[in-house]
Design a protein around this ligand. Sequence first.
Ligand code: UDP
Length: 411
Amino acid sequence: MNSLLATYANVIGEDIVDHLTQLSRPLRGMKVVHVNSTRQGGGVAEILNWLIPLQRELGMEAHWEVIQGQNEFYQCTKQFHNALQGNAAIINQVSLKEYEQTNCQFAEKHGALLQDADVVFIHDPQPAASIKYFPKRKGKWIWRCHVDASHPYRPVWRYLSKIVSDFDASIFSLADFSQMLPHPVYLIPPSIDPLSEKNVELSEDEIRNVCLQHNIDPKRPIMLQVSRFDRFKDPLGVIEAYRLATAFIPTLQLVLAGSGADDDPEGAVVLAEVQTAAREDADIHILLLPPDAHRTINALQRAADFVLQKSLKEGFGLTVAEAMWKAKPVIGGDTGGIRLQIIDHHTGFLVNSPEGAALRIRYLLHHRQHLLEMGAKAREFVRQNFLITRHLREYLTLMVGLVHQAEYSHG
Ligand code: UDP
């Protein structure tokens, strides 16, 4: 077995890697092109950074091209992004023209590759208009939408949906984020990388040291929520749940880990409220971490007895999968993608109030054996469903389906 896949096999088991190898057999030698708008920064680039090497190892000729433009192009695509997420965005004709022209130039530059590719993945709206310049394209073109497009701003969606309708299929991350389109629409949820700094195994010493550095007592029970300071993440509800639980478990410590909210005025207000609510309780630790503190977050998730993600509204909730992969039951808000991850009473608990959360906190800390069993189930559930290998498996399944469908209709 080749090296990257072998490394994954060591962590997640050979069965999953064998399955990928088998699934990719009909795709060997195929030319697969991914197009997005940046090589670094943001979730899409992160996905492509692991997806391209893995597709190559599985025998595909995988390419990654990046569309780049002038200022006006980015102004326009920023507005597309806002509009897809529901904000009223006004896009003037000059910007739209620049968008189309940049796509035209991109299509010219990569004409041979895109024309001949077996499968082309176009990520988000930035490169989407390039499809117009390939009326006789050979392969299947898929539009991969990474944002929440559940309530797009209609005038802009009318323009974008015309472009997107030309594709052979679309992919959205969650059913709630998707749109009706005149072609098959697939749902592929996000995933976590078990080999990233955020999720890799850590030594007991490292975990302990991170606790001590932040004045957390590793010998006493720890509950943790990792989140931006945002109302939808309900940090005040977490403090309330902690307070209700400490009446019964006085040794409990709460860690709220997030980043400083310098560039987010709303975040700064929420953080101030959280600091006020936590005042005078030395067992509430509010940690303001730099954006690259992945290993620290990893250690805190491992140090915790269980994890909370008490969101009132949530997209997917990566923090839930991260904690579950570390064999921690998660008490999560009964909303959005948290519902996909927490199987109530099995991999964690779904809750609708601070009182509900407090009840589950007490339950977990009084039933240690059950806590461990739920944690083990949570890890296995993530292994099967929310690692990048599942994400890759779904891309492969989709590609096999589309390519075979093409063979069938031609033959
Ligand atoms: N995260 C982080 N530092 C923080 C807060 C969050 O690195 O201070 C990470 C967290 O571990 C997760 C991601 O940011 O990987 C948050 O993703 P999620 O889907 O949970 O929530 P979002 O912030 O996208 O609403």
